[in-house]
Design a protein around this ligand. Structure first.
Ligand SMILES: Nc1ncnc2c1ncn2[C@@H]1O[C@H](COP(=O)(O)OP(=O)(O)O)[C@@H](O)[C@H]1O
Ligand SMILES: [Mg+2]
Length: 321
């Protein structure tokens, strides 16, 4: 899989970054109703997204199943429409809970594609934001900020990362409340044009919903993203390397397995994101290792091999020496 096209803005100065709306030629806003499930899946090209999800992402079986279930619901909804049966105009707002690096943003992007291809949103872009993009620091700033973000997200998916930070009970006059109220209105009144996905740690989202029952009742689908097992993390590493046309030299896979065992116990471990970061650093070490060999002709193999030493030079091993 390529690096994600989106970026989560980290600071209040950053404007929300969004994926471009897919070319409308690829998916007409209104899927012509087919007679069979297969026809709808084929016409809308949703099957392709489901297959990619299955193929590109390691593990996540329960999440993949839920995405399929939601797609099934939407396809049947389309078939009902075609037969003149009443449809409920399903509420599609979702909540993705899980620890950092468990694939929430990645799956949200696929969900945006599915919703677009089935004609549930007009454009299919995903706008990813955090509290700082919605909430201002001064009185009167939050409304315009939130509305600006909503305008960009209209016709697509608004992904609110660490959504629980919108509610700060310790701060009586927190402006987050204002953003929540605007969101609530839009989630109710414009749900045929905007799907909101809230994401964050499971426990924090639970207490967030307890304190904001209005929001909770508007979320139709809750998806839990489990932490990856050691074996899955290693498999993710291999996929990531293969995508960049790198491979492990002798003993390097085992070294990474040991690295991961140590790394999960350390602070700020972030599942697949930590794997990506570890591989980025290993590639840096590989490069400086090769850089040191000024006079040797470098083969294709040299250039695409991460050696055991590239992994073992990590600080994670030093801390446990
Ligand atoms: N199951 C998976 N298989 C392969 N790569 C994954 C998987 N889950 C996450 N990744 C990769 O890990 C990184 C972090 O994933 P992301 O979706 O941003 O996690 P989150 O939003 O939960 O923090 C991304 O580069 C993503 O491509
Ligand atoms: Mg994320």
């Amino acid at each position: 899989m390529n690096r994600p096209l989106y970026a989560i803005p980290g600071s209040s100065a950053a404007a929300p970054v969004s994926t471009p709306a897919p070319a409308s030629a690829a998916a007409p806003p209104n899927v012509p109703p087919g007679r069979t499930v297969a026809e709808v899946l084929a016409q809308s090209q949703v099957e392709a997204v489901l297959d990619e999800l299955e193929r590109d992402l390691v593990g996540l079986a329960p999440v993949k199943q839920r995405v399929r279930d939601i797609a099934a619901l939407l396809v049947v909804d389309r078939l009902r429409t075609a037969q003149g049966l009443p449809t409920a105009n399903p509420s599609l707002h979702m909540c993705f809970t899980g620890n950092p690096g468990t694939g929430k943003t990645t799956v949200a992007l696929r969900m945006a594609q599915i919703l677009h291809r089935l004609g549930y949103v007009r454009q299919g872009q995903m706008v990813a934001v955090t509290r700082d993009d919605l909430v201002g620091s001064y009185i009167g700033h939050t409304g315009p900020k939130t509305k600006e973000v909503l305008k960009k997200a209209m016709g697509g998916v608004l992904f609110i990362d660490e959504a629980y930070t919108l509610y700060r009970p310790e701060n009586e006059r927190d402006y987050g409340q204002e953003a929540i109220e605007i969101l609530l209105q839009v989630m109710e009144n414009q749900r045929d044009d905007l799907v909101v996905i809230l994401a964050g740690y499971a426990d924090r989202m639970d207490s967030f919903f307890r304190c904001n029952p209005g929001l909770s009742s508007r979320i139709a689908h809750h998806l839990g993203f489990p932490d990856y097992s050691q074996a899955e993390l290693l498999q993710i590493a291999e996929r990531m390397l293969a995508q960049l046309q790198y491979g492990f030299g002798p003993g390097a896979r085992e070294a990474l397995a040991q690295y991961l065992e140590l790394r999960v116990q350390q602070p700020h471990f972030a599942n697949a994101r930590s794997v990506r970061n570890a591989l980025d650093r290993a590639r840096l070490r590989q490069a400086s290792r090769l850089f040191g060999e000024r006079d040797r002709a470098l083969s294709r193999d040299d250039l695409s091999t991460i050696t055991q030493a590239d992994i073992r030079a990590s600080r994670v091993f030093a801390a446990n020496a």
